[in-house]
Design a protein. Structure first.
Length: 157
């Protein structure tokens, strides 16, 4: 039996949520790989601190990827797993360069701005669909990301 039949969510109303989650999934994958690149290529006096921070960030992003994919399955959708297709859908770009400490942190800040906007759009679609579980998931994401924005801005100050 389909999940939506049991949960009582309207398939037509959930389509906007699914679309938003698919966009978020694609961008989270690109962000994850960008963070891996930062982690692998960090150099300089801040190496130890940034190497650990980038690892913390990509581990957090990996958990978000899994949560979004699982939510898509709960909404009777199938999450994309082919990176070639994710790249086609992503609004974020892959980064492939060695960066300074401020460049890497600015990349995180710029990416968080995009992700936070997408999550607000998912919340709006989920509100229309009475999808409280997706709203809660996005709220959880925002709590950590808004704290990260504050911390990265403090680092860059």
């Amino acid at each position: 039996m389909k999940n939506l039949m049991i949960t009582g969510l309207n398939e037509n109303k959930v389509n906007g949520v699914v679309k938003g989650l698919n966009q978020l999934l694609a961008d989270l994958h690109v962000y994850y790989m960008n963070l891996r690149g930062l982690h692998w290529n960090v150099q300089g006096k801040g190496f130890f601190q940034l190497h650990a921070e980038y690892e913390k960030q990509y581990n957090d992003t990996a958990e978000k990827i899994d949560s979004v994919a699982e939510r898509l399955l709960q909404l009777d959708s199938k999450p994309e797993n082919r990176f070639s297709e994710l790249l086609k859908a992503a609004s974020l770009q892959e980064e492939n360069y060695k960066v300074t400490d401020t460049d890497g942190m600015q990349l995180i800040l710029d990416t968080l701005k995009v992700l936070i906007a997408q999550e607000h759009a998912v919340i709006a679609a989920a509100e229309e669909a009475n999808d409280e579980v997706t709203i809660a998931l996005m709220d959880d994401f925002l709590v950590g990301q808004e704290k990260a924005v504050w911390m990265v801005n403090a680092y860059l100050a």
